[in-house]
Design a binder for this molecule. Sequence first.
Ligand SMILES: [Zn+2]
Ligand SMILES: [Zn+2]
Length: 305
Amino acid sequence: MRLVFLGTSSATPTPRRFLPSLALIRLGDMFLFDCGEGAQIRFRRANLKFSRLRWILISHMHGDHITGLMGLLMSLQMAERVEPLTIVGPVGLREYVQANRRFLRTEFAYDTDFIELSRDFESVYDGPEYLIEAGRLDHRLPTYGFALIEKDKPGRFDVEAAKELGVPSGPLFGVLQNGESVTLADGTVVRPEQVLGEHRPGRRVAYITDTRPCPMAVRLAQNADLLVHESTFGLDLAEEAKLKKHSTTVEAAEVARLAGAKRLVLTHFSPRYVDLEMLRREAAEHFPCVDVATDLKEFELEPVP
Ligand SMILES: [Zn+2]
Ligand SMILES: [Zn+2]
C-alpha cells in the first residue's frame, strides 16, 4: 500500500504546497482522498495512472478540498475512461457535480456512482478485501473522516504439513484453507489449525482532516497502521485552531495516541508555516512516530506477510 501526497496546504496554495489531496494505491485500486485545485497536475507529476482510480472520497465542501474535482473528472473523460467511478462525500456533492456539468455542458461517458454521507457513522463499502468507514468530524460544516480497513487474511497453508498428515492434494486442500476440518478415507479428522499458520491481520489507514480533536477521529483511527491527520496550526496558533475548528500539532498527536495508531503523518498546513520540521517536533513530543507530509512525498505500508 502506497500513499502519495498530492497537496498539503490548507486554504490557499503556496509555491511549494498545493491544496489537499492524497492518493492511496492498494493493489489495482486507487483511492483519492480530497481533490484540491491542481490535484490532477500533481497526479501526473507523480506518474499515477488515471485508469486505476476507483474511489474519490471528499471530506467536506470547503473549496480547498474540492476545487480540483471537476477538472479531474473532465480529464478522465478526455482519457476515454469507461470504468465506473465511485464518489463519496457529504450531501450536496452530487448536486455540485451535476450543476457544474450543466454549466460546462459536459457529459461523462463513464458511470459516476455517488454515495452521499449524512449519518454520524457509516460503512460506505464492505467488499471481499477491504471496507471503508466514514464518520462525522467536528468542523464548521459537515465533514467526514475515513478509514480504509483491509480484511484479515487466513494463515498460510502449509502443504508439507498437510501431506504429512495424509491429506491428498486436491479439493481437500481448499476445504482446509477455508477454515473447515476434513475427514480422510481412514476416518482421521484433520483440523485447519494443524495446517494453517497464524492469521494475518489487514492494515488500516485513517484520513482525518479539517476537525477539532473529537471521539470520532479517535474511533476511525483506532489501531491504525497509519493515521493521516490535519495539523493546520502549531502551538503558537492554538487559539486560532479552536476558532476555525482545526487541530494543532499536539492535538493531532493526542488523537494518534488515544487511538493507539502506529504512525502519524501530519498534513493540511497553514500557508503561514514554512518550517514544517518545527511542527513535526511539536507533535513528536507527544507521539513517537510522526512525519510531516510534503507535496509528492510517498509513504509505503508493508504488505501483509
Ligand atoms: Zn481545509
Ligand atoms: Zn475546511
